[in-house]
Design a protein around this ligand. Sequence first.
Ligand code: HEC
Length: 159
Amino acid sequence: MSRRLRLLAGTAAAALAAVAALATAAAAAAPVTAHDAARARLQYLQYCSGCHLADGSGSPVYGIPVMRGMLGRFLHVSGGREYIVQVPGVMNSPLSDADIANLMNWLLPTVSAATLPAEVAPYTAAEIARLRLDRPLDVMARRAALVERMGDAGATAPR
Ligand code: HEC
């Protein structure tokens, strides 16, 4: 293996290990669980972690919000459940409705278990299909309104 390939392999392994550690931490008390966590974890790495990073910490300086320790807060405000799947990164992914539902059911407790409401109805493929037909035109305005409703505007705003 070339030096470059070894480096790449090492990075991928470290990313996988970080996501695996997160998944174990989340397993403790999850109000919502994925049907297929291994599939969700892999798809997160493939389609989301490039921007959101392996542990969901994002890059606020580049406008990628922090999901770690934050994401579940959207489920406490009306419209938040819809918003977090209607962002372009989710809706424009090539994933099927069923895979998006599975991924979100895994992502919420994995990155943000402590912020989730006590009970969360799992996303279903039918719900994702419905939300795909009705997406916000101005994502950042929708997000800002939700964050304001959370009563703590600075906390999750990507900057
Ligand atoms: C090209 C970069 C990029 C990719 C890839 C991406 N996202 Fe995002 N994501 C963003 C940005 C930027 C935002 C902030 C809202 C916006 O402008 O879309 C965001 C917002 C979100 C939010 C709402 C969180 C908040 O605080 O507003 C969720 C949930 C989310 N993304 C999940 C995902 C998932 C799951 C995937 C993979 C299927 C994914 N994203 C892929 C860039 C990305």
